[in-house]
Each structure stands twice: as structure tokens, then as C-alpha cells.
Design a protein around this ligand. Sequence first.
Ligand SMILES: *Cc1c(COP(=O)(O)O)cnc(C)c1O
Length: 381
Amino acid sequence: MGLSKTIWTNPTEYLRSVKPENPVLFFAPSVIQATARRFIDGFPGLVTYAVKSNPEEVVVENLVAAGVSGFDVASPFEIRMIRRLAPDAALHYNNPVRSRAEIQMAVEAGVKSWSVDSASELAKLVELVPPQGCEISVRFKLPVSGAAYNFGAKFGATVELAADLLKTVADAGFIPSITFHPGTQCIDPHAWEAYIRSAADIARNAGVKIARLNVGGGFPNHRLEGVVPQLEETFALIDRVATEAFGADRPALVCEPGRGLCGDGFVHAAKVKAVRDGGHVFLNDGIYGALAELPLVGVIDRIEVLSPEAVKRTAPKAPRIVFGPTCDSVDRLPGDVMLAGDIAEGDYVVFLGMGAYSTVTNTRFNGFGELTMATVLSAAV
Ligand SMILES: *Cc1c(COP(=O)(O)O)cnc(C)c1O
């Protein structure tokens, strides 16, 4: 992805001056830094960044500048990148399945914090990782019926298995901790409450006093006009429930937001290639590009339509079927997208809050995916 060296006032100024043919992601460092400070000031524990959500080096550099000192990494590539950009940062290797070669690489890179959710993967760590000063967090999940969001489809031990694993971790001489992930874009703070209370039960059942509780990512970014993230309220709830659930044995807290830190720092602009067949809108970007996660997490409604001269279209919004540029028929945004009724060929469709799972999931399928990045002082459109 090309990084323009010029800093623009806002996305509108860029669109008016450059009239880009390819999709653009606008990066607002001021927003990333302000969000990082909101987490660091408000969260009652250590704030780490889940690198996978947006591994652009400028994002990592701005988070470090704002004071983020720990990173959730999932692969040797991410470990090497963070070691290079933030040599003193804590690395939490919280992808619970790793090859032996990956484990050895991470030991050599100085990783001191790991997560597990199965006996076989724990056995690998016990075999290959020296336990001194090293933390292993047991990751658990709650049954879907008891949790607000299903993020446990792939990872997470049952509460019963988690207690067994925690005992093994402590017996093997590692620092015992617990972790969970309540589900991405989790707008209901009470999901954390159920998880924190279960974590305390797991520790009690295992007879193990845990050093840290990592409450995961899942913190939302601003995707829908009417659903503004309640970060401070969520932090306060986590703080209160941790004390209630653990009492005198309250562990230190850690969080590892991805989306919550990077989501609102980017704005995406796609150009309208065609309006045809009675109103279907064809964009130059879609689900194989920077809009990859819309079918997974749901379409957003913080969308503006700008004319080719970058003037906001103000006609009442109307539902549209929106396609991406590839020849694949699944390359369509989910449902109907509400767009200004007078949208026309050559316009720009501007999506706000697009920093998470966008730059990094962009593909070159069908020869598209020529995504430009431009730095802006303000993300407002
Ligand atoms: C993906 C992931 C995160 C970040 O999730 P968000 O929903 O983007 O905050 C945090 N921790 C782990 C272990 C993850 O896999």
C-alpha cells in the first residue's frame, strides 16, 4: 500500500484535489492517539494492542507514541515487527495454536506471556518454554447461550477444562493467568461481567491464585450512528466486577483491544464505477478488498456520498444493492445499504470507522486491491 507523504486537512480535501481512481484509506493519527490515551487513562490495568486488527507500521508507531507498551501478537511476523518498532514492549503471544518452530522463535525473541486452551498445546509449551518469569494464560469460553456473542467457535476451553489447565500451568512453574475474548464489536458491557465472574470460579475450582486476568479485545468502534461505544462505562464495570468476583485475590488486569484502538482512526473512500440495472451500485472496492469484514460484522451506516467534486449529496437516503468490483457474485455488501438517493457514477462513497480488519484483509483478487493510504489531520467528512 502506498503511503502519501503529504498530510491532508481531511478526506474531502484529498478527494477534491486528487480525484482518486483507486480506493483510499484515510489515516488520522490524531484519532488513533486520542483513542489510545482514552484506553490508557480509563482502563484499570495494562493496555495492549491486538496487532492483527491493523498491522500498518504507522499505526503501531502512533500507538507507541501515545504510550501503548504491550502487544498481542499471533505469528513470528508480528513478533519481529513489534521487536523492531518497539524493542522494549511486552509481547503476549495469544494465538493458542503454534507450531514447535513458532514456539522456539518466540522464546528466542523473548516472549514471556502465552495463552493456551488445550492440553496438547499446553504440553508443547511445557516442553519448549523455560518457565522462569513466564506467564501462561488459560483461555476459556462460555457456552453461546450464556454469552452475548459467539466468539468461542474456534478457541477457548470449557470452564471445566480451564480449571485443569490452570492447575497444570501452576504445577509446571509458570505464572498462572486467565484470558477470554467476549466477541468482536461487543456493544454489551455485561458480556464482560459473565466472563469475569466465571474466571473467578475457574481460579477457585483450580485452587490457583491467578496473577493476571486478560479481558480480551472486543471493545467496539463507532460503526452505527445510533450505537456510540460506551468505553468508560465498560471500563468501570470491568473494574467493579473484578473486585466483586475475586475479592482479596483480585488479579492485575490486562486488555488487548484491536478494533477498539484502530477502528475509528481510518475513513475509507470507494468510487462509484456504475449505477445500473435499476439502481445497483458498483464500487471499486468490496468484500475482497478493504470492505472484507462487512459481511462478517454487519454493514455500517456511517456513510456519506460525495459528488465527483467532493460535495456531500444531501438527497434523502434510499436502500441500494451495492457490489464490489470483482467478477464474483458474492462480492456484495450485506443487505441493503442506505445511500443518498441521487448517487451517481463517479461519486465517492465514504465509510467512517474503517480502521479494523481492512488494510490487512485487502486482497488482489481479480487484479483489484490497489489501495492508497493518505494521512489526514481530521477524520471528519
Ligand atoms: C482478534 C483478537 C483480539 C482483538 O479483537 P478485537 O475484537 O479486534 O478487539 C484480541 N485478542 C485475541 C486473542 C484476538 O485473537
